[in-house]
Design a protein around this ligand. Structure first.
Ligand SMILES: *[C@@H]1O[C@H](CO)[C@@H](O)[C@H](O)[C@H]1NC(C)=O
Ligand SMILES: *[C@@H]1O[C@H](CO)[C@@H](O)[C@H](O)[C@H]1NC(C)=O
Ligand SMILES: *[C@@H]1O[C@H](CO)[C@@H](O)[C@H](O)[C@H]1NC(C)=O
Ligand SMILES: *[C@@H]1O[C@H](CO)[C@@H](O)[C@H](O)[C@H]1NC(C)=O
Ligand SMILES: *[C@@H]1O[C@H](CO)[C@@H](O)[C@H](O)[C@H]1NC(C)=O
Ligand SMILES: *[C@@H]1O[C@H](CO)[C@@H](O)[C@H](O)[C@H]1NC(C)=O
Ligand SMILES: *[C@@H]1O[C@H](CO)[C@@H](O)[C@H](O)[C@H]1NC(C)=O
Length: 496
């Protein structure tokens, strides 16, 4: 059991590594609900304890069948499978000292969790598995990839005992069997990275104790059924072809810690999130969700990562109050959402922010001066917007963020020389950002643009008077011509 736990933890951590998150949630290998006939935890495999115990004869034959079906014929030479154990089988004695198989695992996860590997070309899951009435954990990892097959519906017959079903990266095809809904004791259902299609069966709603549901990286289609899992902590449906609305019921479970529905085709609004008090990660990026941003984000005190990138139909302005109270937010992704208007000043009060992506929107106005207070910020993307005015960071900060500060393709960003910034900083020169009060090269528009186009008085302070601004405008157009000439010259130079 311990090695399996390590294995699952390894997988979960690996999956989260791409987010750069240190997620502290646990997976959830419950031993509660122990079938009453068994005495205690899985045995260590030393034949000294339970000396007289023997494996149940029917189960022993079933294990031989299962091992043969995966190309592990060697196991049939083992006279008592629970006593001559290998990594990947766990047994427990009952009160009559008969061993029962409680866990079977297959697939090479890492060097220190070497479960029996499968013969990729001809492996299958033997129906004899239904003759293991005490089986709590079934784990197949990369087992049937060269012999694509559906998930067998007979697994549904393990309902009285099975608590954890993991069929990861096995190349399974076809639909998720409706019968899996009969596995009502499951706490973990993990079908990650197969080729499963069809829709998510409504029958899964019968698994009321489910704590982790991972159906990510498949080809599931249709809408997410309106089912609720009152004990669910981890929901991962990313990288499928799911459509329709986000079901409100899914978001009612206040045990949820992680929700990843990214890279689907889900539409409509984001439902009320108020109940998700323990939520750490919400990723619904790369869908077609519509605005506005949920006001119910407020008070999600545990939330550490909110990733909404790539929902181009959001097209909304962000109210100042949206991110208030997110006291633990470290990652916020709002790229490519067609957001418009000003960036909320209050975002600068989310002091825990480390990664902030606001690129590819239509944000106008200035970078909020409050951003200067974001002491933990190490990555800030503001490129491809319509921002104007001075960059509110000190030299040291700009230098430290380096290429993780992206400012290019805005309308008129500039730096205030008094802040110590200068175009000797790569970040600024490569984005073509100039001194406030001179021409802004890369943005293509001079700072004067701010003074005349912005009706807000506060914008004028960036260039002291309107007349100064006007003269700057003239100079601006002159130097723009010069730059064009220089560019042509460079181009010719490169040609030769
Ligand atoms: C679930 O199990 C019951 C008996 O326990 C059986 O009658 C029913 O057909 C099963 N349903 C599915 C979907 O397998
Ligand atoms: C699912 O895939 C199988 C083959 O892998 C195919 O026969 C079936 O039509 C597909 N079903 C759907 C709903 O796409
Ligand atoms: C889901 O069910 C809840 C209550 O059971 C209902 O309020 C809601 O409208 C349903 N949502 C969808 C998308 O069917
Ligand atoms: C969200 O639901 C809570 C109660 O569950 C309610 O008090 C709140 O007004 C709702 N928020 C929105 C924005 O609908
Ligand atoms: C969130 O931040 C608050 C302080 O603002 C802290 O008391 C709380 O424990 C944090 N919650 C989590 C889950 O980190
Ligand atoms: C900024 O965008 C908003 C919404 O698109 C618009 O109403 C406003 O006039 C724009 N402000 C400036 C200074 O361009
Ligand atoms: C600049 O940003 C806008 C979005 O604000 C985008 O449409 C445009 O393609 C970008 N231009 C370049 C050269 O990347």
């Amino acid at each position: 059991m311990k090695s399996l736990l390590t294995a699952l933890l390894f997988l979960v951590l690996a999956a989260n590594a791409r987010l750069g998150l240190v997620m502290s949630f646990t997976v959830i290998m419950s031993d509660s609900g122990t079938p009453s006939s068994l005495v205690d935890g899985p045995q260590s495999g030393l034949p000294t304890s339970n000396n007289g115990a023997q494996t149940d004869a029917r189960e022993q034959e079933a294990v031989y069948d299962i091992m043969r079906a995966t190309g592990n014929d060697w196991a049939t030479d083992i006279p008592d499978v629970c006593r001559g154990r290998w990594h990947g089988i766990e047994c427990m004695p009952d009160k009559d000292n008969v061993f029962h198989v409680v866990s079977l695992s297959f697939g090479a996860l890492s060097d220190d969790t070497a479960f029996p590997t499968c013969d990729l070309a001809r492996s299958s899951i033997s129906p004899s598995i239904t003759k293991l009435p005490h089986l709590r954990t079934l784990f197949f990892y990369r087992c049937f990839t060269n012999n694509p097959q559906p998930i067998p519906s007979f697994l549904g017959q393990l309902g009285s005992s099975l608590q954890s079903l993991v069929l990861r990266e096995n190349g399974h095809i076809g639909a998720i069997p409706y019968e899996l809904g009969n596995l009502t004791r499951l706490t973990v259902l993990d079908l990650h990275r197969n080729n499963l299609n069809g829709s998510i069966p409504v029958s899964l709603g019968m698994i009321t104790g489910l704590r982790s549901l991972d159906l990510s990286s498949n080809r599931l289609s249709g809408s997410i059924p309106n089912i609720s899992f009152p004990a669910l902590s981890v929901l991962n449906l990313n990288q499928n072809h799911l459509t329709g609305l986000l079901p409100t019921t899914l978001f009612t479970s206040n045990s949820l810690i992680k929700i990843d529905l990214s890279r689907n085709r889900i539409s409509g609004p984001i439902p009320n999130l108020t109940n998700l008090e323990d939520l750490i990660l919400l990723d619904i990026s790369y869908n077609t969700l519509a605005g506005p941003l949920p006001q119910s984000l407020q008070g999600l005190e545990s939330l550490q990562a909110l990733i909404l990138n790539g929902n181009p139909s959001m097209s909304t302005t962000i109210p100042e109050t949206t991110f208030v109270g997110l006291n633990n937010l470290t990652i916020l992704g709002l790229s490519n959402m067609n957001l418009e208007g000003p960036i909320p000043e209050s975002l600068g009060r989310v002091r825990t922010l480390r990664v902030l992506h606001l690129d590819g929107n239509r944000f106008n106005d200035t970078i909020p001066p409050s951003f200067a207070n974001l002491d933990s910020l190490s990555e800030l993307r503001l490129e491809n917007n319509r921002l104007t005015g001075p960059i509110p960071f000190k030299r040291e900060r700009v230098w430290r963020m380096g290429r993780k500060l992206r400012l290019n393709n805005n309308s008129g960003l500039c730096y205030d020389a008094k802040s110590g910034l200068g175009d000797d900083l790569d970040t600024l020169s490569s984005a073509g950002i100039g001194h406030c009060g001179t021409t802004n090269v890369g943005g293509g528009v001079s700072v004067q643009h701010i003074a005349t186009n912005g009706d807000g008085d506060h914008k004028l302070k960036y260039s002291s008077t309107k007349s100064e601004a006007a003269s700057l405008a003239k100079r601006g157009s002159i130097s723009r011509k010069m730059i064009e000439l220089i560019l042509i010259f460079l181009f010719v130079l490169i040609l030769f």
